[in-house]
Design a protein around this ligand. Structure first.
Ligand code: SF4
Ligand code: SF4
Length: 109
């Protein structure tokens, strides 16, 4: 009896779809309520630096002179504070996940 139970279990696991995904090659499942990653509509940004000054993890750098907005993705904790504060409402938490990174380079917009 135990033999048949074991065989059934082995067959079940053999033909079952995997629980894991091949991220980043396959899209990652977005959990409900996930805040995801921070996105900016750079065309609407006035480079006021409010987001960078109030970010709790110093993930943002705003270069007003050169009109550049930088984010350190490894520092951002997706708290959404900058989204709330931005006077131009050009920041948003997208709800998706970015591709993994192995460098500490800042992303520039
Ligand atoms: S708070 Fe908004 S408008 Fe100001 S620099 Fe940040 S993203 Fe740009
Ligand atoms: S979401 Fe939070 S941690 Fe990320 S950049 Fe905005 S204020 Fe900083």
């Amino acid at each position: 009896m135990a033999f048949f139970q074991m065989k059934k279990m082995i067959l079940g696991w053999t033909f079952r779809t995997p629980v894991t995904t091949r991220y980043p090659f396959a899209p990652r499942k977005i959990c409900p309520g996930s805040r995801g990653r921070l996105d900016i509509t750079i065309a609407n940004c006035i480079f006021c630096s409010v987001c960078a000054k109030r970010c709790p993890t110093d993930a943002l750098v705003v270069d007003k002179a050169n009109k550049k907005w930088h984010i350190d993705r490894l520092r951002c904790i997706s708290c959404g504070y900058c989204v709330e504060l931005c006077p131009k409402k050009c920041l948003a938490l997208a709800g998706d996940h970015g591709i993994p990174t192995v460098t500490k380079d800042m992303e520039t917009f």
